[in-house]
Write a protein that binds this ligand. Structure first.
Ligand code: CP
Length: 364
């Protein structure tokens, strides 16, 4: 097994220099031996790694269908412990990481409420997280402050005990592991429909403050010929930095308010809820989002081969009656999230080739 506690590339750069780098240039500081070590931003991924992660996720879930396979998986990382530090609410991301740890034998622990930690005694969040690194082999963290996970990764990399940091959602900027599960869902869904190339994907809802879309738009942009639609009321439209990234990569996109028009055109609709937890003066209340809801009558207009996605949680933007439509993928996304996170952790600890060996034996 590769030693992951070698010197981090983040040790070679000061914080001020690092934080000012373009996102695409930051990625190499999060790698070890060409594989993700810290997982902090979608921009650190390229297609070969994405597709390797997806393959590992699919192989692992097949291995887990047998009792022997379950025992094999539980032995893989039995010597590791993970801290799940969630300073913002979460159901899916927290539980899928927790379950992922259990599947591969990692012992998970949690801090979900900063009021139970010594932060209430005035300890800085940085010191709190550094303390975790004394007891755990990995930190999986969700935090309201954008870029905080990057700061922690840099900080820990400059200590005697660096451990991998996974960003499980930061501020309004990034949710890279949600983007991984979304790409996994897209690739699986389009596997027998000609693949990703040439598909049309619509992102709908609060795109200004939704971190899942911001991360996923980048990963989708890695697939040639995919057109992205951003469908939102003007105050919630996608921000300029994402459009600049798409322009730089030569990706076709369209901004529109006309949800009705694009429903029959697209191959995937990625719905999102209004993110009013970021309001400063109750501004969401004055925005009418009902024209951006997917209703049962829309299903007739949607291509038979199209898929409906949502990172969840939802409010009223997808009628529950739609859940039973075979094109609804959001409950599959929930399950895919656990398996892609299993694959990601195995990859970080350089254990994915053991999955390959077990899988080859299983199918031979
Ligand atoms: N999709 C997602 O991040 O859900 P949670 O907020 O429940 O983790």
């Amino acid at each position: 097994m590769a030693d992951i506690y070698r010197e981090s590339p983040l040790k070679s750069i000061g914080w001020e220099d690092f934080v000012g780098l373009p996102l695409e240039e930051k990625g190499r500081y999060f790698l070890r031996d060409g594989r993700p070590y810290h997982v902090l931003i979608a921009q650190q991924f390229e297609r070969p790694t994405l597709e390797r992660l997806c393959e590992t996720a699919t192989r692992t879930r097949r291995i887990a269908k047998t009792r022997g396979g379950i025992r094999f998986l539980q032995d893989l990382l039995f010597d590791k412990r993970a801290m799940l530090y969630f300073a913002q609410p979460s159901t899916r991301t927290f539980l899928s990481f927790y379950s992922a740890c259990q599947i591969i034998g990692i012992k998970p622990a949690e801090v979900r409420d900063a009021s139970t930690s010594s932060e209430v005694k005035g300890e800085s969040p940085e010191d709190t997280v550094r303390t975790f690194s004394s007891y755990f082999d990995m930190i999986i963290m969700r935090h309201p402050v954008g870029g905080f996970a990057e700061r922690i990764a840099w900080l820990l990399s400059n200590t005697e005990r660096p451990v991998p940091v996974i960003n499980a959602g930061s501020g309004r900027d990034q949710h890279p592991t949600q983007a991984l599960l979304d790409i996994y869902t897209l690739l699986r869904s389009f596997e027998d429909k000609g693949g990703m190339e040439g598909k049309k994907i619509a992102f709908v809802g609060d795109l200004a403050r939704g971190r899942t879309v911001r991360s996923l738009a980048y990963l989708v942009a890695l697939y040639p010929g995919v057109k992205q639609y951003f469908v939102a009321p003007e105050p919630l439209q996608i921000r300029g930095d994402i459009l600049q990234m798409l322009d730089k990569r030569g990706v076709a996109y369209e901004l529109t308010r006309d949800f009705e028009r694009i429903i029959p055109e697209v191959d995937a609709i990625y719905m999102t809820r209004i993110q009013d937890e970021w309001d400063t003066a109750d501004e969401s209340r004055s925005i009418d989002t009902t024209p951006f809801h997917l209703r049962v009558e829309h299903l007739r207009k949607l291509k038979p081969t199209a898929i409906i996605m949502h990172p969840l949680p939802r409010r009223k933007e997808i009628a529950p009656e739609i859940d039973s439509d075979p094109r609804a993928m959001y409950w599959r996304q929930v399950r895919n999230g656990m398996w892609i996170r299993v694959a990601l952790i195995l990859y970080i600890f350089a254990r994915e080739s053991e999955i390959d060996r077990y899988y080859e034996d299983l199918i031979s």
